[in-house]
Write a protein that binds this ligand. Structure first.
Ligand code: UDP
Ligand code: MG
Length: 329
């Protein structure tokens, strides 16, 4: 029987946990041709979330938990869950019941059809402010425009991935991570399921404005080098402008014998120098960009399949989980 690991990140969600568990337990009964493990990752909660999780784990052996020593953030909680998951497919879900667990049934259906990543795309978002909806809408458009990776719009972290995808994600150990980006970056066969995003069952959002801004920064900086290239582009434009001004000054002087005023030369010199400075900063940015991508240490490429006669242990090919060595993870 295939095993499905459901990873739940928890941060001060004591009001939601029991209701969430009940719905997950119902799911387990309705999908009885699969085994389940529910991995609760507590991201340093200050309420009694941990006691509730411990209690659930005592009554149900499919409930497992990882408790962080402090709040490391949602992305790290999902990473820890992934590190510990043993499933043939892994589902990431929020604890606040905004992502209905019943959607997992559709996800499993798609997975059985051969899709390796099934992401849940929200059609309706209930109980969220217009500001949040707008910033989120704008963010997805911006990242899709800036990044070469095709990150699906209007999808949260609620998704299912096959074991082979999880193994590849596990090889990426970058610190400032944006999970949705990483999963999209890994490639593989993806498809959406559509759902209405519910209101949070209880409590309030754990993503403060600053946490969201940090996430947006991580997303843009780890999946796009556009900000670094800005210097080169701007420098190029400024140099071009100063060049045009310079030429026009020379023409005025030589061809029309117009008396060129001192400030014209001054402006030419200033814009030219400014342009050169921006260009040089931009070039340094290009080098830093290369250092940055090297330091992320992502695999160079990911193969999905190859002939048996080729050596198995070549870099980039790890569809067999056993072939990942401990140092790599
Ligand atoms: N979460 C977490 N660590 C954090 C912030 C949030 O583990 O530092 C969890 C939280 O408990 C929830 C999920 O991440 O299960 C999504 O957070 P939230 O619902 O507050 O975000 P929103 O849905 O408002 O974007
Ligand atoms: Mg939520």
């Amino acid at each position: 029987m295939p095993l499905i690991s459901v990873i739940i990140s928890v941060y001060n969600e004591s009001l939601c946990l029991e209701a969430l568990y009940e719905r997950l337990a119902k799911l387990k009964i309705s999908v009885n041709d699969h085994k389940f493990e529910f991995i609760f990752v507590d991201d340093g909660s200050k309420d009694d979330s941990r006691e509730i999780i411990r209690k659930l784990a005592k009554t149900d052996s499919d409930v497992k938990y990882v408790f962080f020593s402090r709040n490391f953030g949602h992305e790290m909680a999902m990473t820890a869950g992934l590190d510990h998951a043993k499933g043939d497919a892994i589902v990431l879900i929020d604890a606040d019941l905004q992502d209905p667990p019943e959607v997992i049934i559709d996800m499993i259906g798609k997975w059985k059809q051969g899709f390796e990543i099934v992401y849940a795309r929200r059609t309706v978002r209930k109980g969220e402010t217009i500001l949040k909806r707008f910033t989120s809408w704008a963010f997805y458009r911006l990242i899709r425009w800036l990044s070469k990776v095709d990150i699906p719009a209007d999808t949260g972290d609620f998704r299912l991935m096959d074991r082979c995808v999880a193994d590849q994600i596990l090889r990426c150990r970058e610190r400032n991570r944006f999970f949705r980006g990483l999963i999209a970056w890994a490639g593989f066969k993806q498809c959406p399921v559509f759902y209405d995003r519910d209101e949070r069952l209880a409590g309030e959002t754990k993503y403060s404005f600053f946490k969201l801004v940090k996430l947006a920064f991580d997303a843009v900086l780890s999946f796009s080098d556009a900000p670094l290239r800005l210097g080169v582009t701007l420098g190029g434009i400024v140099c071009l402008i100063s060049f045009i001004i310079g030429i026009s000054v020379i023409i005025q002087k030589l061809v029309y014998d117009i008396k060129v005023q001192g400030y014209a030369l001054l402006i030419t010199a200033i814009t030219f120098l400014g342009g050169i400075q921006l260009l040089v900063i931009g070039m340094i940015g290009e080098y830093i960009g290369r250092i940055f991508t090297e330091s992320q240490g992502r695999p160079l490429y990911i193969c999905k399949e190859k002939s048996d006669s080729l050596p198995a242990e070549v870099e980039g090919f790890h569809s067999n989980p056993e072939s990942i060595t401990q140092e790599e993870v």
